[in-house]
Design a binder for this molecule. Structure first.
Ligand code: ZN
Length: 434
């Protein structure tokens, strides 16, 4: 099913004409209402009227997360405070959060975008959908919630945590759709198993829409098999609007970007040069329909590829790959670029270990050491030293093949790592120089 055929199957020429007129409006709006952008454009001698074609986008300045922090809390807003009807904030790990705002029209557009993503992932008005993202300043829960209401699904705003109760509600309400982070979906599985609930027999779950953190296709297969669902990935971030920027259709071959609301570019993160479709680089988005907080060429720090090849589902909107890593969570160990997603794919495809892991990086003198701590699955857990050594050895060899780097593997008892109800924290970097 396609939520909005008129836009989601638009031909590219018509789409690009629409993008251009919306971009022109947005640049005028920002120039007139946000001193940050007026100063930037003035210093470049660029007038809003200079946007004559989509190619002119490349001449516009980039926007960084630090720009939002520097203008905390409302300095980047492009409308008076009285027109803002909602704020959210991103979960900053240190210091002040990044604050984002919405007008009533922004909220309407946001629901439209999440309705598209939810529909692409299989959700219809017939479904009962449990939202297990935390409700609050975080955009995940509210964004999906209003998209679900727009579709007409029955929403269960369970929020995150209280996992046993979540499982009970799923069973009692006949929940058919689950929305949360992939790592929480895995944790819920463990809890369900402990409670003696068999997802295949005791639940009616069909759809899982998992987002807000990177995950691999191997992890998808694991989740699909054990939860007995179709699991799709979706993408967004609060600075752009929240969830709904893009989402997979049931082809599961890339996330369709809502290009009538966002223009996407993929750039070389070091030089800023725009890369051709298919090459991996940093995703950069320009919002072209927002009123309260439009951003020009926002640097997401997420690495992915895009394609405009037609998709079997009929949607014409460009697709982005799963996020392959972050320009900022990429670890450089002994000169080698290491993405946690590479390690995750090895763990998920190795017998005897669970997809619960932590990466600990230390330095001894000038030498970096990577230790991969991973939990064993209950059935494989044993005191037999030879068996453990065998699994450690297999993992270490596979990691070396994939990473081109020797890593130490430490097997842990099932359940020994911390569990997360939101985004998982998997990297512990103890090096003084990083
Ligand atoms: Zn598709």
């Amino acid at each position: 099913m396609i939520w909005n055929k008129r836009y989601e199957t638009m031909d590219r020429e018509e789409l690009e004409a629409l993008q251009l007129s919306r971009l022109q409006e947005t640049v005028h709006h920002l120039y007139d209402h946000v001193p940050f952008y007026k100063d930037k454009l003035d210093s470049m001698g660029f007038l809003p009227g200079d946007v004559k074609s989509l190619a002119d986008l490349r001449r516009l300045p980039m926007t960084y997360k630090t720009d939002l922090r520097d203008n905390y809390p409302f300095g980047m807003f492009a409308v008076p405070k009285k027109d803002v009807v909602r704020v959210h904030a991103s979960s900053g790990t240190t210091g002040k959060p990044t604050v984002v705002g919405y007008t009533a029209r922004d909220l309407d557009i946001w629901s439209e975008m999440t309705a598209r993503v939810l529909t692409a992932g299989g959700i219809t008005a017939e479904d009962t959908v449990q939202v297990a993202f935390g409700y609050g300043l975080f955009t995940g829960a509210f964004g999906m919630h209003y998209g679900l209401e727009k579709i007409g699904s029955m929403v269960v705003p369970a929020s995150s945590g209280n996992t046993e109760k979540q499982i009970m509600l799923m069973q009692d309400f006949g929940t058919t759709g689950l929305i949360c982070t992939p790592s929480y979906a895995l944790y819920m599985l463990e809890v369900a198993e402990k409670m003696g609930v068999n997802p295949k027999e005791d639940l009616k779950l069909k759809w899982g829409l998992f987002g807000s953190e990177g995950w691999t296709d191997a992890m998808r297969m694991e989740i699909e098999k054990r939860w007995n669902v179709d699991a799709t990935d979706n993408y967004g971030m609060s600075e752009l609007i929240g969830p709904g920027v893009s989402g997979e259709c049931l082809q599961k071959d890339g996330m369709h970007i809502n290009e009538d609301h966002f223009i996407v570019e993929v750039i070389d993160p070091d030089t800023g040069e725009v890369l051709p479709d298919g090459e991996i680089g940093e995703l950069v988005f320009t919002s072209i329909t927002k009123q309260a907080l439009p951003l020009i060429r926002y640097r997401t720090m997420d690495l992915a590829t895009i394609t405009k090849e037609p998709c079997a589902c009929g949607r014409t909107m460009a697709r982005m790959s799963k996020v392959r890593g972050r320009t900022d969570d990429m670890l450089i160990i002994r000169g080698v670029n290491v993405f946690p997603s590479q390690i995750e794919s090895v763990i998920v495809s190795t017998e005897g270990v669970a997809p619960q892991y932590q990466l600990v990086v230390t330095s001894q003198g000038y030498m970096d050491e990577l230790e991969v701590q991973v939990e064993m699955v209950k059935d494989a857990f044993t005191d037999d030293y030879r068996v453990l050594e065998d699994i450690e050895c297999t993992l270490a060899n596979r990691l070396q093949t994939i990473l081109g780097l020797k890593a130490k593997v430490r097997l842990l008892e099932p359940g020994s790592l911390e569990r997360f109800v939101g985004k998982a924290k998997r990297i512990v970097d103890k090096r003084e120089r990083k």
